[in-house]
Design a protein around this ligand. Structure first.
Ligand code: ATP
Ligand code: MG
Length: 323
C-alpha cells in the first residue's frame, strides 16, 4: 500500500453559475519517504491538487469525484474536524506564498505556539525549546522567534514556513512552489535545506513547481500536469531525458538545459485552455505542432519502461499503447 493514493480526483471551483474544472481526473501515488515532483504551467491545477491532498481545499473549491487515501484512510468526505485531526497525524503543506502563510500581526513564536498547541505542547518553555530546535534545523537563529513576518526577508519567511510545517513531524509534506518568489541564490539555499531535511527525516514529499529543471534536481519521480490532468509520469531522469508527451517536450524546450547553472526561460507559444469549457481529447492539441484529428478523440495511454503518457503522437517510439 502506498502512503498516498490519489484516484481520479475531480475538483471544481464554483462561482455562481460559472464552474472551473480545475482537476479533471488526477491519479498519483507517493510511497513512504519518496520525493515526487509535480510540474506544469500556471493554472494547470498544481495548487488545487496540493490543497486537496492535505485537506485544506475550501469553498469555492469542491471535490466532486475520486478518492484520496492516506495510509489507507479515505480523506474525501471527511468533515473539517476529522481532516484537522488527520493533519496532526501526518500531512503538512508549505503554501505557495510564504508571506500569506504567516499572520502579519503575530510573532514567529506565536505561530509556533498555535501550531504546537494542536499537539498538546502548551507550556511556554517547552514551545520555545521545540521552536528553537525546529528553527535550527532550517538554519535560523533563535532570535527570529521575537520577530514579526514583515521584519524577515523572503528567504527567512520561507524557512519559518518550513519549520512550522515540520513541527507536527509529518509523513508527507506538500511543498507548493516554496522558492518561486525568491531570488536565485536564496532559492538554491532553501532548496538545499529542503533536500537535507528530507534526507535526515525521511518524510515523503510532493514538490510542486513550474520549473522542471528544479524538480529534476530534487525528485525521483515526476508527474507532469496540463489543464487539470496528469499527462505524463515516470522516473524524473527518464522524463527529462526522453519525454513522451509533446507537452513535456515543449516544457523542457523552455530551458536551454534544465540542469544548467543559468536557465533561459522562453515559454511555450499560446496559452493553456479555459477550464470552464468541457475539453474533448488532448487539451494541449491547439498548441501542439503535430496534433491531428485523432487528438480530439479519447486518448491512448502510451508506455515505455515505467514511464507513461496520454498522447496520440509521442515524441519517441513507445512499447505499449492502450485505450
Ligand atoms: N479560489 C479559486 N477560485 C476560483 N478559481 C480558482 C481558485 N483557485 C484556483 N482556481 C482556478 O483553478 C485552476 C487551477 O488553479 P491552480 O491555482 O490550482 O493552478 P496552479 O497550477 O497552482 O497555478 P500557479 O502555477 O499559477 O500557482 C485555474 O484555472 C484557476 O484560475
Ligand atoms: Mg499554484
Amino acid at each position: 500500500m502506498s502512503l498516498l493514493e490519489v484516484r481520479d480526483l475531480v475538483v471544481d471551483y464554483r462561482m455562481g453559475t460559472t464552474v472551473v474544472h480545475a482537476l479533471r481526473g488526477v491519479s498519483l501515488e507517493v510511497d513512504e519517504g519518496q520525493f515526487i515532483g509535480v510540474v506544469g504551467e500556471s493554472g494547470c491545477g498544481k495548487s488545487t491538487l496540493g490543497t486537496a491532498v492535505v485537506g485544506v481545499l475550501g469553498p469555492p473549491g469542491f471535490i466532486v469525484g475520486g478518492s484520496i487515501r492516506f495510509r489507507g484512510v479515505e480523506l474525501v468526505g471527511l468533515d473539517a474536524a476529522q481532516r484537522r485531526a488527520l493533519r496532526h497525524r501526518g500531512l503538512a503543506l508549505v503554501p505557495q506564498a510564504g508571506m500569506n502563510a504567516l499572520n502579519p500581526v503575530r510573532s514567529i513564536e506565536g505561530h509556533f505556539r498555535d501550531v504546537l498547541a494542536g499537539t498538546g505542547v502548551r507550556h511556554r518553555a517547552e514551545v520555545r525549546a521545540r521552536a528553537v530546535s525546529l528553527l535550527e534545523q532550517v538554519a535560523l537563529a533563535p532570535s527570529v522567534l521575537r520577530s514579526y513576518p514583515h521584519e524577515l526577508s523572503g528567504g527567512m519567511r520561507q524557512r519559518v514556513a518550513l519549520a512550522l510545517a515540520l513541527a507536527l513531524e509529518p509523513q508527507l509534506v506538500v511543498f507548493d512552489e516554496p522558492t518561486t518568489a525568491l531570488d536565485v541564490l536564496v532559492q538554491r539555499s532553501v532548496v538545499d535545506t529542503i533536500r537535507s531535511l528530507q534526507q535526515a527525516r525521511g518524510f515523503a514529499a510532493i514538490f510542486i513547481s513550474h520549473d522542471i529543471g528544479l524538480v529534476a534536481s530534487l525528485a525521483s519521480r515526476v508527474d507532469v500536469m496540463y489543464a487539470g490532468e496528469v499527462v505524463e509520469a515516470g522516473p524524473t531522469e527518464r522524463v527529462v531525458a526522453r519525454p513522451l508527451h509533446r507537452y513535456t517536450e515543449a516544457l523542457l524546450g523552455c530551458y536551454a538545459d534544465p540542469r544548467a547553472e543559468e536557465v533561459t526561460v522562453r515559454g511555450i507559444p499560446g496559452s493553456p485552455p479555459n477550464l470552464v469549457a468541457q475539453i474533448e481529447g488532448c487539451a494541449f492539441a491547439p498548441r501542439c505542432g503535430v496534433a491531428s484529428d485523432e487528438c480530439r478523440c479519447p486518448l491512448p495511454t502510451v508506455t515505455l519502461d515505467d514511464q507513461w503518457a496520454r498522447c496520440v503522437h509521442p515524441a519517441v517510439a513507445v512499447e505499449g499503447r492502450s485505450r
